[in-house]
Ligand binder design. Structure first.
Ligand SMILES: Cc1cc2nc3c(=O)[nH]c(=O)nc-3n(C[C@H](O)[C@H](O)[C@H](O)COP(=O)(O)O)c2cc1C
Length: 216
């Protein structure tokens, strides 16, 4: 076994920071999410807004990647990306997605499942306009998820777009914008001692949220 394998096989973390109970949890999952996100931000969790987004495309093969949550409200979660990317192609064919947040400093994980759809253009425009100029040019310059011959291709595209938009307002490319995930399932996970973690799920059934405890 290599040194790093030896090391990770022996890593053991006992989770002791908190508990989660049916009594203590909010009545509605978006309120629980809001509370935990606020606590993650207050605890200065690194990249608290980053989540792993899993999608499944036409070939039935799952794929996952990290993206940033940019806004949430009652059961809606917004992220922004390229509409010609791998994830976008998957969502077009199969809108079911799964999002997981991991906040190690709080020993918490949140899992959200739901349907993704393209966000309103006005929303995407507003978000795009609020981005720094380099990020706007970056969106124009990256054929996200496609194979490119070299790093130079990217640098060239940035150069070309920087010249094309010099002195002008950079508009949102049609191929870039937001998605909104409409959640129909949440699971809140709080690490506990000896792997006996707390897991409380909210399942949407006929318009109402049912609370269930899951074995760890
Ligand atoms: C911390 C972090 C945040 C990221 N945020 C975004 C994001 O908000 N939008 C995005 O398109 N890619 C984001 N990425 C890059 C994606 O993980 C991914 O590489 C890219 O979206 C292409 O994914 P795809 O080819 O599966 O579509 C982020 C990566 C990291 C590590």
């Amino acid at each position: 076994m290599s040194g790093v394998n030896e090391h990770i096989s022996q890593l053991r973390e006992d989770f002791m920071r908190g508990t989660l109970s049916e009594k203590g949890i909010a009545l509605l999952p978006h309120l629980q999410f809001e509370q935990w996100m606020q606590e993650a931000v207050d605890a200065k969790v690194n990249e608290a807004q980053a989540f792993n987004l899993a999608t499944v495309g036409a070939d039935h093969k799952p794929s996952a990647r990290v993206v940033y949550l940019r806004e949430f409200s009652e059961n809606t979660f917004y992220f922004y990306t390229n509409y010609q990317s791998h994830k976008a192609h998957d969502i077009e064919i199969n809108p079911y997605v799964c999002a997981t947040f991991f906040w190690p400093e709080l020993e918490r994980q949140v899992r959200i499942e739901g349907l993704a759809r393209v966000a309103d253009k006005t929303k995407s425009d507003a978000y795009f306009q609020a981005r720094p100029a380099e990020s706007k040019l970056g969106a124009w310059s990256s054929p996200q998820s496609r194979v490119i011959a070299s790093r130079d291709v990217l640098e060239e595209l940035v150069k070309k777009n920087t010249e094309a938009f010099a002195g002008k307002e950079v508009p949102r490319p049609e191929f870039w914008g937001g998605y909104v995930i409409e959640a129909s399932y949440y699971e809140f996970w709080q690490g506990r001692k000896s792997r006996l973690h707390d897991r409380i799920a909210f399942v949407k059934e006929e318009g109402a949220w049912k609370i269930e405890r899951l074995a760890p």
